[in-house]
Design a protein around this ligand. Structure first.
Ligand SMILES: Cc1cc2nc3c(=O)[nH]c(=O)nc-3n(C[C@H](O)[C@H](O)[C@H](O)COP(=O)(O)OP(=O)(O)OC[C@H]3O[C@@H](n4cnc5c(N)ncnc54)[C@H](O)[C@@H]3O)c2cc1C
Length: 409
């Protein structure tokens, strides 16, 4: 008999197990994969954006939108500063990069996993890998046992940390949502929220792999302007990604219900049309006898010339610079301020960083992470219905909810 059984060895489950064990509990962690923390290892492109270094809780928590008021009591027990101290205590200091994103100083997500595994080992957590929980047995608002096939495990308290639905190949296949629904919880339908966009425009495909900082994207529904955002953009073989896109996706999802969604990219948001034209004129003056397609590289952001040439058309691209008319030059300038795209949709769960949906916070005592439906169940991490931007906010939720669940389980 264990004191605590944690189901799911992702970020929040490992934190919960380690914390409960540090408080002297006999803990079993059940993980269905052969390895722990598969999603953690791909987080932040393998660098793992552990948290966001905004130490002022009142400035940090509004990033979670409507969940903010629920989170003060949880974060007062384990906040951003505690995340820094925790990883430091595990000999993995963090470094802070642009937009306050904090990473392990080794820039390697596997070291974050190793730190959590060490934390669990220090407390003597029993880790069972390849142990998929197939059934949760409960009577009258109380879990009696969990089953891994024919094997039965019991404990006084259970932490459900099975994650949501993004990147299901990492093990997050939504199992917890099924049990929680059966146990009486409401489950808001998960949808991919921090997710790349799919576009089919041929010019953008030519830019696959190109990453551009300080781009401004503006979205339209049926030609009517909706909203703009500036940031870093990544062209991929399926469309658009990067923080600018990931953090626009939720709003774009709403727009897609209303009509045809198009977008324009301003490649020089800090330069007005007149100044941009002047820059191009000076490039043209220095290259009068060259063909436009051989000069265009000097007029556009690095890595984009092939896409821009496709948009300009073969005839114009083949013209000698001194034959380019004023109107054609203005067309180039206008294009660089509004590269056109049609948004086909959001990519699916397989490419989503985060899916929203899950258990509404009203059904969880956020001081303890205890379910309000089941008296010996604690719920953590991506299972909770909390919207958040990219930039370390998801993992911070895992550290906080995992720690608090482990403290009270
Ligand atoms: C590509 C990508 C990049 C990301 N980058 C960042 C980032 O840089 N910063 C950030 O803050 N967030 C990032 N995130 C989000 C972050 O990784 C997640 O929010 C976090 O890992 C969720 O942790 P979790 O503990 O809730 O669940 P998960 O990590 O999903 O873990 C759930 C675990 O439960 C196990 N499990 C599921 N069902 C069962 C079962 N039936 N029995 C036993 N075990 C089971 C799974 O195998 C899995 O190991 C990223 C996500 C993705 C997909």
């Amino acid at each position: 008999m264990y004191d605590v059984i944690v189901i799911g060895g992702g970020a929040s489950g490992m934190m919960a197990a380690g914390r409960a064990a540090a408080l002297g509990k006999k803990v079993l962690l059940l993980e269905k994969n052969k390895h722990l923390g598969e999603k953690l290892k791909i987080s932040g492109g393998g660098r793992c954006n552990i948290t966001n270094a905004e130490l002022d809780q009142r400035a940090f928590l509004p990033a979670y939108g409507t969940a903010e008021p629920f989170l003060y009591s949880t974060f007062s027990q384990f906040g951003v500063a505690d995340t820094f101290s925790f990883f430091e205590s595990q000999k993995l200091p963090l470094v802070v990069e642009a937009r306050k994103r904090a990473f392990p100083h080794t820039q390697n997500a596997s070291d974050v996993l190793a730190a959590l595994e060490a934390y669990m080992k220090q407390g003597g957590v029993t880790v069972s890998r390849g142990a998929a929980v197939t059934r949760v047995e409960a009577t009258e608002g109380h879990i009696e046992a969990v089953y891994c096939g024919a094997k039965v495990f019991s404990a006084q308290a259970y932490v459900c940390a099975t994650g949501s639905l993004s990147h299901p190949e990492t093990g997050s296949t939504g199992d917890g949502f099924h049990w929680l629904a059966k146990l009486g919880h409401t489950i808001h339908k998960p949808t991919p929220t921090i997710v790349p966009l799919s576009v089919h425009d041929a010019w953008s495909k030519l830019l696959s792999g190109t990453s551009l900082s300080f781009m401004k994207i503006t979205f339209y529904v049926d030609g009517e302007k909706q909203f703009s955002k500036t940031g870093k953009l990544l062209f991929t073989h399926f469309g658009l990604s990067g923080p600018l896109i990931l953090n626009s996706a939720k709003k774009v999802a709403d727009l897609l219900h209303r009509g045809v969604v198009t977008a324009t990219i301003d490649a020089y948001p800090h330069t007005d049309l007149g100044s941009l034209e002047k820059n191009i004129i000076s490039v043209f003056d220095a290259n009068k006898n060259k063909v436009l397609k051989n000069v265009v590289k000097e007029c556009v952001p690095l890595g984009t010339h092939r896409g821009v040439l496709l948009l300009l058309g073969e005839e114009l691209a083949a013209k000698k610079i001194h034959l380019v008319t004023k109107e054609e030059r203005k067309k180039i300038v206008r294009l660089l301020k509004a590269l056109p795209l049609t948004i086909d949709g959001l990519m699916g769960f397989d490419r989503a960083v985060v899916a929203d949906g899950g258990v509404p916070l009203e059904e969880v005592d956020m001081k303890t992470m205890r379910s309000r439906k089941i008296d010996n169940l604690f719920i953590t991490g991506d299972l909770l219905h909390i919207n958040r931007p990219s930039g370390g906010y998801s993992l911070q939720l895992c550290w906080t909810t995992g720690f608090v669940a482990g403290s009270h389980a």
